[in-house]
Design a protein around this ligand. Structure first.
Ligand SMILES: Cc1ncc(COP(=O)(O)O)c(C=O)c1O
Length: 446
C-alpha cells in the first residue's frame, strides 16, 4: 500500500515559502488533508468483494418519483423490463429485461471526408463513444446478454475472442460492474500461447478488472471451434460449483441482435428529432461476427427507416456472413432472408486484425483530416472499403446521405503502434530562449 512517505511528499516541496499567509495556511491545510486521506487509505481494508452474488439495481427510481433516472443519469447499470419497438413486437423470443450499460444515445454528426462522389454526404454514428472501457458496439449486445445471465442466476461469465478482442474486454468490464467474474479465452499465435500476453490495449483493461485470461493457439481454436472451447471451460467451472453463463464470439447470437434492433429505434428517434433535415439513404458498418449487421439490417427493414445496410466484412467471406446472419434472423423468427436486407462486401484485406501499410496510412489521414480516430481492425477497414467502393462506383453513391456507424475498438490501436510509428511524425523539442522570464500563473505542476 502506498503511503505519504512512499510518495516522498515533503512540506518543503510544496512551495510554502513565497506564498502570502492566507495561501500558505490554505496549502498547509491541503497537505494535512492529503496526509489524513493517505493514512485512512493505509488503514482501509482491501476492497475485494468476496460475494459472488450479482450486484443488480432494479429500475423504479425513488418512490416519490423525484428522480427520473433516465434524465438524471442515475439509471446507469440498472436492470429494467424490456419492451421492444412496436415494429419488432412480433419477433420471438423477446427479451424480458435489459441492463443500462452504454452511454446512449450515441451522437450523430457530419463527417467531412474529402473526395466523396458528387453530392454524397457521410455522417457518423458515434458508437465508439458509448462509454470508455465498455466502448463500441459490444455494449449494446451486452445490455441484453448480461440481463439474461443474471436472470439465469449466473455467477460468472465465459466468453471468447482474439487476443485483442474488444468484445472480451467490454464483457470483462461489464461483468465486473455487476459483480460477476469473467473468464476470457483469447486466441493467439502458437509462438505466443505459452507466454505472458502482456498489457497492451484491451489486455490491460481485462487484466486490471481481474478477468481470468486463458490463451489458446490459433491452431487449437481452428481444430476445436469456439463453441467446444467455451463448453469445456463451462464444464470445468460447473464441476467447481460455479454457475457460468456463456456469451459466444462477439456477443453475436439472436439475443445479442436486440442490441442493434434497439440502435435502429435510437437512430429513428434521432432522425425524428432532427425534423426533415436528415434522412439517411445508406448505413455502412464493419462486420466481424455478424450480430451488429443482423440487428441493424433487421431493424431498418422492419421499421419505417428502410435504410439500405452495407456491411464490410473484416474476417470471413460475405457468403459465410449471409448464412450466419440468417441463423440469427431465424432465431428471432424474423421471416426474412439476410440477402434481401443487407449487402455484405469483403474488406478483410490481408486477414483478420492484419493491416496493410495503406490501410494504416488511411487511418492516420482520416484522423489528421477529420479528428476522428478509427480502429484499424474494424471501422478502419470498413471506412477504407467504403471509400474504395465510392471511388470505383461513384454513380452508385452520388447524392446519397450515408450513416457510417463507428463501432469503437480504439484500444486495439495500441497493438499497432510499431506499424503506425512511421506514419505519425510531427514532434520537436520546444525552442525556448533561456533569457525569457518566468511569469506566475495558476496550475503550477512542480
Ligand atoms: C470495434 C468493433 N467493431 C465492429 C465489430 C464487428 O461487430 P460484429 O461482431 O457484431 O460483427 C467488432 C467485433 O467483432 C468490434 O470489436
Amino acid at each position: 500500500m502506498l503511503s505519504p512517505s512512499a510518495c516522498s511528499i515533503k512540506s518543503s516541496s510544496l512551495y510554502l515559502a513565497p506564498l502570502p499567509t492566507v495561501r500558505r495556511n490554505f496549502h498547509k491545510r491541503l497537505l494535512c488533508d492529503f496526509r489524513r486521506h493517505w493514512s485512512t487509505l493505509a488503514r482501509a481494508p482491501t476492497i475485494v468483494d468476496s460475494s459472488t452474488a450479482p450486484r443488480v439495481m432494479e429500475s423504479g427510481g425513488s418512490s416519490d418519483g423525484a428522480i427520473d433516472g433516465a434524465i438524471a443519469g442515475f439509471n446507469f447499470l440498472e436492470r429494467k423490463p424490456y419492451s421492444p419497438p412496436p415494429w419488432a413486437s412480433h419477433l420471438s423470443p423477446i427479451p424480458s429485461h435489459v441492463f443500462s450499460l452504454g452511454h446512449l444515445p450515441s451522437p450523430i454528426h457530419r463527417w467531412n471526408l474529402p473526395n466523396l462522389p458528387k453530392g454524397t454526404e457521410v455522417w457518423l454514428k458515434r458508437d465508439d463513444l458509448s462509454g470508455m472501457q465498455l466502448s463500441g458496439n459490444k455494449v449494446r449486445k451486452l445490455e441484453f446478454l448480461l440481463a439474461d445471465a443474471v436472470a439465469q442466476g449466473a455467477d460468472c461469465i465465459i466468453t471468447i475472442g482474439g487476443i485483442q478482442s474488444n468484445h472480451c474486454r467490454a464483457t470483462a468490464v461489464a461483468a465486473k460492474y455487476l459483480n460477476l467474474n469473467c473468464h476470457v479465452i483469447l486466441r493467439t499465435s502458437k509462438a505466443l500461447v505459452d507466454k505472458d500476453p502482456g498489457l497492451t490495449g484491451n489486455l490491460l483493461v481485462e487484466r486490471l478488472v481481474g478477468a481470468h485470461v486463458q490463451l489458446i493457439s490459433k491452431e487449437e481454436y481452428a481444430k476445436l471451434g469456439s463453441v467446444t472451447l467455451t463448453e469445456l471451460l463451462k464444464e470445468k467451472l460447473l464441476k467447481e460449483g460455479r454457475k457460468p453463463y456463456v456469451i459466444p464470439v462477439g456477443g453475436s447470437n439472436s439475443l445479442g441482435t436486440w442490441g442493434y434492433i434497439e440502435a435502429v429505434r435510437e437512430i429513428e428517434q434521432q432522425v425524428h428529432n432532427a425534423g426533415a433535415r436528415v434522412k439517411f439513404d445508406d448505413i455502412v458498418v464493419a462486420c466481424g461476427s455478424g450480430g451488429t449487421i443482423a440487428g441493424l439490417s433487421l431493424g431498418s427493414w422492419l421499421s419505417a427507416m428502410k435504410t439500405k445496410v452495407h456491411a464490410f466484412s473484416v474476417c470471413d467471406d460475405p457468403d459465410y456472413f449471409y448464412d450466419f446472419v440468417q441463423v440469427l434472423l431465424d432465431g428471432l423468427q424474423a421471416g426474412v432472408l439476410s440477402r434481401d436486407i443487407v449487402d455484405i462486401h469483403n474488406a478483410k484485406g490481408l486477414g483478420y486484425a492484419m493491416s496493410t501499410a495503406e490501410e494504416l496510412k488511411f487511418v492516420k489521414e482520416v484522423a489528421t483530416t477529420t479528428g476522428v480516430v478509427l480502429d484499424p481492425v474494424y471501422s478502419g477497414k470498413a471506412a477504407y472499403g467504403m471509400l474504395r467502393d465510392m471511388a470505383e462506383n461513384p454513380t452508385e453513391w452520388e447524392g446519397r446521405r450515408v450513416l457510417f456507424v463507428h463501432t469503437g475498438g480504439l484500444l486495439g490501436l495500441y497493438d499497432k503502434v510499431d506499424q503506425m510509428a512511421s506514419t505519425v511524425g510531427n514532434w520537436q523539442r520546444m525552442d525556448v530562449d533561456e533569457s525569457v522570464p518566468r511569469k506566475e500563473g495558476t496550475g503550477k505542476m512542480f
